[in-house]
Every structure is written in C-alpha cells, then in structure tokens.
Design a protein around this ligand. Structure first.
Ligand code: CO
Length: 173
C-alpha cells in the first residue's frame, strides 16, 4: 500500500465527473488499498478516487459496522469500499456540519437525507446493497457527489473556518 497525493480546493480534477469502473483487476485493488491508507493517514471518514487524482467511480467510507453487537454503547466502525455506487433509496433529512479532506480547515452546513440505501460493487465486481444512517448517510452522499464532480461547498449556504467553529460562531439551525 502507498499513500497517494491528495487533491485540494481549486484542483480542476475535483470538478470532473468520474467514469464507471469496468475492470476489476489488480490496478483497482491497489487503488482501493491506497485510498484506505491515504484516508486513514489524513484522519478522514471518506475518500473518493478523484481526491487522489483518479476519475473512476470508487469511494472508501468509514461506516457503522452492520455486523456489530447492538448492545455496545458506541457503534464500532469499519471501512467499506463502494465501486460504481448508486443511491437507490433515501429517507428523512438531517442538517449539520460537513467537511472534506480536499478543503482542509473549512466546514459548511449541509442538508442531507437521514438514511440512504446504496447499491455498489466490491473490488471483485460483486454487487451488494448497504444502508447507512446519520453520519454514514451523510458521508455516502458526500462521497458520491465527488464522483459527479461536486464539492460540499456548492450545497452549503455558509462556510466556516476551523477558528470560527472553535469560537462558537456557527449559527444555530
Ligand atoms: Co470530500
């Protein structure tokens, strides 16, 4: 595995739509492994291929582990990969702060569905469905937007710097 260079802010690649993954080969496996490593090193909860300069429909996301023991107080997390993902159902609404590894130090208030159901392939091309709620749903929507060349700031009415947030300047919703 290797770290990949993150793409930031005005980098044009972040505004371009991604192409469908058609080859489920070693190259894809290496890309996904590198994305896991790059996301963890940057302490992110999601990363889309264009953020490392690759215009392919692949994302990695830290989700609530669906196999975890329900009695645990804090939901354990696991990292999942979604290739050629598509949202097939959504429900409810949530409004809250959102950030992005490509726009470090800035956050925005964005409204997203509370629950989403996504259909995707794994690195071997097997289709699966996954349902995410709350932060996981927010993250899925955010990462899938990257695949269309959209950044969260386009959906945010107002952006806040890290400093403004620690000063409590975020307006109440
Ligand atoms: Co992002």
């Amino acid at each position: 595995m290797a770290l990949r260079q993150l793409r930031y802010r005005e980098d044009e690649i972040l505004t371009k739509p991604c192409k469908e993954v058609k080859k489920f080969d070693e190259k894809l496996a290496i890309l996904l492994d590198d994305m896991y490593e790059t996301m963890q090193k940057a302490e992110g909860v999601g990363l889309a291929a264009p953020q490392v300069g690759i215009l392919r429909r692949a994302v990695v996301i830290e989700v609530d582990d669906p196999d975890a023991d329900d009695s645990l107080e804090e939901n354990p997390k696991k990292i999942m990969e979604f290739v050629n993902p598509e949202i097939i159902a959504m429900e409810g609404e949530q409004t809250g702060l959102e950030g992005c590894l490509s726009i470090p130090g800035w956050y925005g208030i964005v409204t997203r569905p509370m629950k989403v159901r996504v259909k995707a392939q794994d690195r071997d091309g097997n289709w699966f469905e996954f349902e995410g709620e709350a932060l996981t749903a927010r993250c899925i929507c955010h990462e899938l937007d990257h695949l269309e060349g959209h950044l969260f700031r386009e959906k945010s009415q107002k952006m806040f710097s890290e400093e403004q947030i620690s000063n409590g300047e975020v307006e109440e919703q």
